[in-house]
Design a protein around this ligand. Sequence first.
Ligand code: NDP
Length: 316
Amino acid sequence: MSDNNIHKVIIIGSGPAGLTAALYTGRANLKPVVFEGLQPGGQLTITTEVENYPGFEHGIMGPELMDIMRKQAQRFGADCQFSFVDKVDFSSKPFKIYVDSKEYFANSVIIATGASAKLLGLPTEAEYMGFGVSACATCDGFFFKDQRIMVIGGGDTAMEEANYLTKFGKEVTIVHRRDEFRASKIMLDRARKNPKITLMPNTIMEEVLGVNDNGKKIVTGARMKNVETGKTFNMEVEGIFLGIGHKPNTDIFKGQIDLEDNGYIKTSKVNTNTNIPGVFACGDAQDHVYRQAVTAAGSGCMAAIDVERYLESLHE
Ligand code: NDP
């Protein structure tokens, strides 16, 4: 294999982490190749307005922000490809990355495959996503001032999101499919003590209700079912938040690099190193704590700088 066929760096994923890594490695003249994955632009492309990304005083639409990030990286030579990586082989160098069984080689790899919010899988949930249905309270809570909000889930995410959403909504109902909550006692107690929060156990959502007026979609409520009695009923709410957990998109790395028990990639506490020298990870694929666009972008920058140093060290 000639050196011409070996990329200096391949970036897997195209959310804020991947595209920031592409920008920095592009400016460092490393000619990054970015395999964008199944959801080019990442999770922000399924949200509407982003008001907490610094630099946009009046907010910006999620898809537009990601489009700008891609163009900014491309300006410095990033080769962004709408391709999905289905396999990797980090057992020897150069590293091998497979896209539709085509083999690519790289001296370094940045993993920025992100995480996906778990969804219920209802057709109406997908239809109203970003228009009243959300999987991120920090991103979208602000849009529900003085409105009625439902949070689905019985774990710490649901409790935290519900507490946070009481800053905006006039009432928040936590809907959980069982009567026992998985959440830690302290988080559950906090939710119980919050006068704006009502717990609704043994209940599931069967359908999001709303109006679709010439493309302008608005959530008006949900059809619910009490799983003990089997009775269905309608609930009037303007906001529906899914708090049923996240799943890191790391399945293809199983057996290749060290993962935490919950599937997140293990990285060093001080940099973006994985256990394989030359393979770095950034963004939500390795962060289940902060999960913000700006923290993902920051760690993408770190990964790019770590790659630069790593490649330089190969020539020392
Ligand atoms: P969890 O897996 O702990 O909880 C998910 C919840 O969603 C469960 O109650 C589960 O119900 C419910 N659920 C899952 N799928 C469905 C479905 N299809 N329909 C209805 N309900 C569903 O995920 P979390 O994101 O809450 O927490 C993940 C980890 O992160 C935990 O370790 C948690 O402690 C931690 N965390 C910590 C925080 C903090 O300390 N500030 C904040 C947020 C998370 P069931 O119980 O019936 O399975």
